[in-house]
Design a protein around this ligand. Structure first.
Ligand code: GRF
Length: 206
């Protein structure tokens, strides 16, 4: 049985597209049963609709507080029998309450080689610090922001880079490679939040 996935996004939705593309393979162990966005202006909405993926709008500004937003989100996910949540540019920090309810079931893509550059503006910071390698990580979500066990990473040599846009493009391309692979490891049970021995590191030519 394929695992039922919800993809949560706030913006462009390119990782959602990459995940969807992977799920077209009949042997892929997961299927996207729904997408959810917290922003009515998210570009990803049109993309989800074009793919025929159900897209639920949970406009975060219409809720009194985080608890009521997350209770609604939880209810929607449970009702759709979602088993794993993929955060794909979802720009909200989920509370410990929500993360505990979905323990080991939420994965996120982050545009840096964690544990380096937790938080925002990762490419700017990587260039400013003149690091030689930068990249992206897929990890389990725990209450500690960007600190959950790592599922997979892609590293890129950026020693000759000086343009944030160019680095962002290369990292995004790498994200589209590692996210589907990381999700397949989780959905097939080869890797879990308590056992990440099968985690991977690749150096894609992007
Ligand atoms: C990606 O860079 C991801 O790492 C970060 O947000 C961005 C989302 O991009 N968490 P997209 O919406 O998937 O195109």
């Amino acid at each position: 049985m394929k695992k039922k996935i919800a993809v949560l996004f706030s913006g462009r939705g390119s990782n959602m597209l990459a995940l969807h593309e992977a799920t077209k393979n009949p042997s892929y162990p997961a299927e996207i049963v729904m997408t959810v966005t917290d922003r009515p202006d998210a570009q990803g909405i049109e993309k989800a609709q074009a793919l025929g993926l159900p897209c639920r709008m949970l406009d975060a500004t219409k809720f009194d507080d985080t608890q009521s937003f997350e209770s609604n989100l939880h209810h929607i996910l449970v009702t759709s029998q979602v088993e794993y949540i993929c955060l794909a540019g979802f720009m909200r920090i989920l509370s410990s309450w929500f993360v505990e309810k979905w323990k080991g079931k939420i994965v996120n893509i982050h545009p840096s080689l964690l544990p380096n550059f937790i938080g925002l503006k990762t490419h700017e910071r990587a260039l400013k610090e003149k690091v030689l390698e930068h990249g992206c990580s897929v990890h389990f979500v725990t209450p500690d922001l960007d600190k959950g066990p790592i599922i997979g990473q892609a590293k890129l040599n950026i020693e000759n880079e000086n343009c944030v846009k160019r680095v962002a493009e290369r990292v995004l391309e790498a994200e589209h490679i590692i996210y589907p692979h990381a999700l397949s490891l989780v959905a097939s049970g080869l890797l879990s939040v308590d056992n990440t021995q099968a985690s991977f590191m690749i150096s894609p030519t992007v």
